[in-house]
Design a protein around this ligand. Sequence first.
Ligand code: NAD
Length: 360
Amino acid sequence: MKVAVLAGDGIGTEIVAEAVKVLKALDLKMEMESALVGGVAYDAHGHPLPPATLALAKAADAVLFGAVGDWKYDKLERQFRPEQAILGLRKELGLFANFRPAICYEELVGASSLKPELISGLDILIIRELTGDIYFGTPRGRRVATDGHFPGAEEAFDTMRYSRPEIERIGHVAFQAAQKRSKRVTSVDKNNVLETSQLWKDVMVEVAKQYPDVALDHMLVDNAAMQLVKEPKKFDVLVTGNMFGDILSDEASMLTGSIGMLPSASLNSKNQGLYEPSHGSAPDIAGRGIANPLATILSAAMMLRFSLNQAASAERIETAVKAVLAKGLRTADIYGKGGAGMTKVSTREMGDAVVAALAN
Ligand code: NAD
């Protein structure tokens, strides 16, 4: 098993170090090799995704990714900004299917801003198409300026596009995931105004015919945003395009209390995957040792299950995380919510606690 470890910027290095520690504690036959990505790669090599980093990722069975980005790179031309590294990896590795589970741990019910009865037992799987849509359309209409900014632009537009095969393949992923769960898929779009969304809906209906055991319903994205906070448990598998999925999955992540708890997996057709927490590089808390590493540790568990065929080890990590939460250990983002008798711990202490719980 070969894993490329790309920690990136900000809290990326802190949280990935803890996930690596947990993986090493499992004592599996796994090679891990690190490389620079994001802003630190731009500083060292003049590009956020240097060729050597991309080659390492391509040769690996899976990529364990931290986060990229910092406000200090905002003035760079877009192609050199740290966030381009993650878009480049998605495109180059063909990572079209993004899985973002939003699970509410019973111990953290009080950490959500919603009433406990609305989120207790919550277990949603958001499947976001990741390599099409407006993020990969052609940006147009801007007057190019040498410093990468367009202060005098009169108009700008980005092209939203989807093709039938792109929608079909993410549809299959969603229906197959639903077959292993409660056999319900909600497809989210904006077909009342967008042609791409009409195609999305039509193709989903066609794909659904191949899965008669799965019930499909459709929801407009504005309504879905509302229903996620009104009655989140009515969803099971939610499938949507790149931009709507970006927004809705962050919304869903907050249902569970902290974005620091949520893992994600991005897979290609060969089950090669990139595993990362749902959050960003959190420059506001970087270097302080207070970031929550659990989203990254749980992403490592998803990596073991989806790309490395090590379901038993994945389960060991997930059980260890539950045990640590049940013991009352909390990083700052989840501390003070959800009951008395909790102990505030640092990033490193949380990682150590998960390793200790693995042994039990
Ligand atoms: P963010 O997710 O980094 O942070 C949002 C808020 O959540 C902050 O208050 C932060 O302190 C908190 N937070 C995030 N992760 C946490 C953790 N593990 N533990 C505790 N608190 C946590 O989003 P942002 O501030 O909008 O963006 C910061 C940078 O990250 C930007 O440069 C952005 O482009 C980048 N970003 C990168 C990715 C990625 O690498 N895939 C994703 C999203 C944002």
